[in-house]
Design a protein around this ligand. Structure first.
Ligand code: ADP
Length: 537
C-alpha cells in the first residue's frame, strides 16, 4: 500500500468521522488524531524502556505508571485501527446495499457513499479545492481535460458540501465528453426515464414504432390504442405546410418614425435579396425566407424566418440574424441592438404569433376512422366523440381563453417524444399548440379526425440528438442524423411523426373520456403493479 493510498484511507476515515460521526467527538478530528499519535509514540517508548529494564520487570498486578502506559497504548491503537476499519466496513456494506439483487432501498437508509471508484492520484486534493471554493466546480473539465473524472470529482465535492449522497442518480452509462459544450454544464450524473414504444403508427403508408419517454402511466398504452384504431382504418396522412425557424431581435431607434423607416427598409421586397445574401452566409443550410416586423413605440421587432435543414435551427437562425444586424448598421447607425431575442420569435412561450404564423414545422395530420373500429377498438360512438370534441376541445378551450390549446393532451405526446429523441423539451410549449377537429363523415358512419400543429420544433442533428440513447430512438424511427440526399427531410419526417402520434393520442383519450373510462384506466395503469400487457385492448 503506497503512501498516497494510506493518505486516502486516512482522509476517507476523516470524512466518515467528520460526516456521520463528527458530532460524537468532543474535539476536532485533527486534534484527536494528533493526541492519538502522540499517545502511541510515548506509550510505545515507555513500554520498550520498561521491557528492556531488568531492574523493573513488567509483572501483574501492574503498578500505577505501568497501568497508565498500557491503557494509553491500547486506546491509541484502537483509535488508529478504527480510522482504517470504518471506511472498509462502510464500503463493504455499501456494496451490499447497492443491491446486486436489484432490490430497492429507501434513500433515507443510505449513508452518503464515497467516490464511485478508486481515487486517482490527486483526486483528494482536487475535491478538497472544490469544497473549499479554491477551484470553481465549473473549471473541472478544463483543468482535468477528462470529463468523466471531472464529473466524478464534482459529484464527490457536492456530497461533501451538502452532506447528502447521490446514490440514486446514476453516474456510469453516459458519455461525459459528448455532453460537454453541447448539452449540459457541470454534470454529476443523469436522470433515468422509462421509454415505452407505441405503434406501429401507420402514417403516409409506412409503419413507425414511436418511442416515448414518460413517467405517466397510461400514456403509451393510450397512444398505442390510438395507433391500432388508425391502422385498422387504413392509416393517417400528413401534410407539411411550412418549415421555418424564427428569431426576432429587438432594436431601439431614436424615434418611432426612425423605427418605422427601418421596418419599411427591412420589409421592402427590393431589399430582400441583399439581406438574404448576408443572412445565408452563416450556414450551408440556413436560408432566409422572410422578415416580419412589429413596432412598440420606437422599438422594432424583426421576426426573421429561415429553413434550417435537419437542425432544429435556433443557433443557425441566430447566427444569420447577427450578420444582418451588422449589415443594417451601415444604413441605420442610430439603431441600438437591445437583444438578439426580443420575444417576438417566440421561443418557449405560448404566443399568438407562433399559433398564427407557425414556427419550425407546421403540420396537419388526418385519418378517417371506420365506425366499426370506433366501436370495437375505441369502445364508443362517432356521435359521442364529435360532440365531446366540440364541447371540450373547442368550446371548453375557448371558455378557458386557450392560446393554441384546442386539444385534449397534445403536450403529453409531444413531450414524451421530444425527450426520447433528444429535442429541447422546453419547446413543448409552442410545439404542442394544436387544434383537434372531429367530424362525422360517410353519412355519419365514420369519423374524420385531424390535428393541426403550426409550431413543431424538431431536429435530427444538433442539441441532444447525438447522445447515444436519443440517437437510438431517432434511429428506431429512421430519422437519425442529417439527411445527406435531401437536407431537412429527416427533421420534416420527424415532425409528421410527432403530429401522427398526437393524432393517435387525441383519438384514444377522447374515446376514453366519451366512454367514461378515464379514471378507470388510470387506476389500472398508474396504480397497479400487475402486468399491463393484457390491458391494452
Ligand atoms: P441548431 O441550429 O438546431 O441549434 P446546430 O447549431 O448544432 O443546431 O446546427 C447544426 C449543425 O449541423 C450546423 O453546424 C450544420 O452545418 C450541421 N449540419 C450538418 N448537416 C446538416 C443538415 N442536414 N441540416 C442541418 N444542419 C446540418
Amino acid at each position: 500500500m503506497d503512501a498516497r493510498r494510506v493518505g486516502g484511507r486516512i482522509a476517507a476515515a476523516r470524512r466518515t468521522l467528520t460526516g456521520a460521526g463528527a458530532g460524537a467527538l468532543p474535539l476536532p478530528v485533527r486534534i484527536t488524531n494528533g493526541l492519538a499519535m502522540v499517545s502511541l509514540v510515548l506509550s510505545s517508548c515507555d513500554l520498550l524502556r520498561l521491557c528492556s529494564d531488568p531492574g523493573r520487570p513488567l509483572r501483574f498486578p501492574l503498578g500505577g505508571r505501568e497501568f497508565a502506559t498500557v491503557v494509553c497504548q491500547l486506546a491509541s491503537v484502537v483509535y488508529l485501527l478504527s480510522l482504517f476499519a470504518v471506511p472498509f466496513a462502510q464500503s463493504a456494506s455499501g456494496r451490499r446495499e447497492e443491491g446486486q439483487d436489484g432490490s430497492r432501498r429507501s434513500p433515507a437508509a443510505v449513508a452518503p457513499a464515497p467516490m464511485p471508484d478508486c481515487p486517482d492520484d490527486g483526486d483528494e486534493e482536487i475535491v478538497a479545492a472544490v469544497v473549499s471554493g479554491e477551484l470553481p466546480s465549473h473549471r473541472l473539465e478544463s483543468r482535468l481535460r477528462d470529463c468523466r473524472r471531472a464529473a466524478r470529482l464534482r459529484r464527490e465535492a457536492l456530497r461533501r458540501i451538502t452532506g447528502r449522497g447521490l446514490e440514486g442518480l446514476p453516474f456510469e452509462g453516459i458519455d461525459y465528453e459528448a455532453i460537454l459544450g453541447q448539452c449540459c454544464e457541470m454534470p454529476v450524473g443523469y436522470v433515468q426515464l422509462p421509454v415505452g414504444v407505441a405503434g406501429p403508427l401507420l402514417l403516409d403508408g409506412r409503419d413507425y414504432h414511436v418511442p416515448m419517454a414518460t413517467t405517466e402511466g397510461c400514456l403509451v398504452a393510450s397512444v398505442n390504442r390510438g395507433c391500432r384504431a388508425i391502422a385498422a382504418s387504413g392509416g393517417a396522412f400528413s401534410v407539411l405546410l411550412r418549415d421555418a425557424m424564427s428569431r426576432a431581435p429587438a432594436v431601439k431607434l431614436p424615434s418611432a418614425k426612425r423605427a418605422a423607416e427601418l421596418k419599411m427598409f427591412v420589409e421592402a421586397p427590393a431589399n430582400f435579396e441583399a439581406l438574404a445574401a448576408v443572412f445565408n452566409k452563416s450556414s450551408r443550410f440556413g436560408r432566409l425566407q422572410g422578415i416580419q416586423c412589429a413596432l412598440a413605440g420606437r422599438n422594432l421587432y424583426m421576426r426573421f424566418t429561415c429553413s434550417t435543414g435537419d437542425a432544429m435551427g435556433m443557433n443557425m437562425v441566430s447566427k444569420g440574424v447577427e450578420n444582418v444586424l451588422g449589415y443594417l448598421r451601415n444604413n441605420f447607425p442610430d439603431m441600438e441592438v437591445i437583444s438578439i431575442s426580443g420575444n417576438y420569435c417566440s421561443d418557449k412561450k405560448a404566443t399568438a404569433v407562433n399559433w398564427i404564423e407557425g414556427r419550425g414545422k407546421s403540420v396537419v395530420c388526418e385519418a378517417t376512422i371506420k365506425g366499426r373500429v370506433v366501436q370495437s377498438v375505441l369502445k364508443t360512438t362517432v356521435e359521442k366523440l364529435v360532440e365531446l370534441n366540440i364541447i371540450k376541445n373547442l368550446a371548453g378551450s375557448a371558455v378557458a381563453g386557450a392560446l393554441g390549446g384546442f386539444n385534449a393532451h397534445a403536450s403529453n405526446i409531444v413531450t414524451a417524444l421530444f425527450i426520447a429523441t433528444g429535442q429541447d423539451p422546453a419547446q413543448n410549449v409552442e410545439s404542442s399548440q394544436c387544434i383537434t377537429m372531429l367530424e362525422a363523415v360517410n353519412e355519419g358512419k365514420d369519423l374524420h379526425i385531424s390535428v393541426t400543429m403550426p409550431s413543431i420544433e424538431v431536429g435530427t442533428i444538433g442539441g441532444g440528438t447525438s447522445l447515444t440513447s436519443q440517437a437510438a430512438c431517432l434511429n428506431l424511427l429512421g430519422v437519425k442524423g442529417p439527411n445527406h440526399g435531401s437536407p431537412g427531410a429527416n427533421a420534416r419526417l420527424l415532425a409528421t411523426i410527432v403530429a401522427g402520434s398526437v393524432l393517435a393520442g387525441e383519438l384514444s383519450l377522447l374515446a376514453a373520456l366519451a366512454a367514461g373510462q378515464l379514471v378507470k384506466s388510470h387506476m389500472k395503469y398508474n396504480r397497479s403493479s400487475k402486468d399491463v400487457a393484457n390491458a391494452a385492448s
